[in-house]
Design a protein around this ligand. Structure first.
Ligand code: ADP
Ligand code: MG
Length: 243
């Protein structure tokens, strides 16, 4: 049997909004396997970011079970979750959050310099990752001297600096034009293929979602499909949910 790198069983998450409770997730079951590249789509407010936060140990479920790389993280303390995040997870968000005063190379090297038990020499690894993502000629550029797509690829390199087995990306192309979005998707494919990283990407872009191995569609806090061939169907459901 293939090994699930991420496993969720009946995960629920109730969020408090003032005096009422929003059921952001209502019983999510999923298994994501090593080296898969999985897309998560669904209407705004359907729980995509909430799910990614729980999978990444930024948040804990109200109920249900979540396992990362075979470890049950459901009832871990904040400190334990921080360790899991540092060892297992790389995050990429819509906004790149690079440090503006540092070069691309320095931005990528930084998390290795801060790691408790670094596995790489910071600048050697940073060069290797930037090279892998097609930025071999941009080491010394600062974020303001790079395009959006280039900045997001630097952010991906930074997320991979300490070799996490899992990369979670929440709308990483949401702030980019189509061409730049495509270069970011190619970068994610490269790290999956060459680095063996399992990639989970939330996206609104159907043409990017269609390039994933598998697409999960969330509607109202539940997964309503599981395979790529459901995508056309799923977008129909999404439209229905929006209307
Ligand atoms: N910090 C929060 N406090 C209260 N409710 C929240 C919070 N964050 C998100 N929500 C609500 O939870 C639901 C799911 O949100 P989210 O996971 O951000 O959806 P998506 O990423 O699919 O747009 C929405 O109804 C949203 O309004
Ligand atoms: Mg979101």
């Amino acid at each position: 049997m293939r090994k699930a790198v991420i496993r969720a069983e009946q995960v629920t998450r109730n969020l408090k909004l003032g005096t009422h409770v929003v059921p952001a997730l209502r019983g999510v079951d999923l298994a994501i396997y090593a080296n898969e590249m999985v897309g998560i789509v669904g209407p705004s407010g359907s729980g995509k970011s909430t799910l990614l936060g729980i999978v990444g140990g930024l948040d804990s479920p109200t109920d249900g079970t979540i396992e990362i790389d075979g470890i049950d993280i459901t009832r871990m303390s904040e400190g334990q979750l921080t360790d899991i995040r540092n060892q297992k997870i790389g995050f990429v968000f819509q906004f790149f959050n690079l440090i503006p005063t540092l070069t691309a190379l320095e931005n990528v090297a930084l998390p290795i310099e801060f790691a408790e038990a670094p596995r790489h020499k910071p600048f050697d690894r940073a060069r290797e990752l930037l090279e892998m993502l097609g930025l071999g000629d941009r080491y010394q550029h600062r974020p303001s001297e790079l395009s959006g797509g280039q900045q997001q690829r630097v952010a991906i390199a930074r997320a991979l600096a300490n070799d996490p087995p899992i990369l979670l990306a929440d709308e990483p192309t949401g702030n980019l034009d189509t061409h730049s979005g495509e270069t970011v998707l190619q970068a994610l494919k490269t790290i999956r293929d060459d680095n063996g990283t399992t990639v989970v990407m939330v996206t609104h872009d159907q043409s990017l979602a269609a390039q994933m191995d598998r697409v999960l569609t969330l509607v109202d806090g539940r997964i309503v499909n599981g395979v790529a061939s459901d995508l056309v169907n799923a977008s129909g459901k999404q439209n229905a949910a929006k209307a």
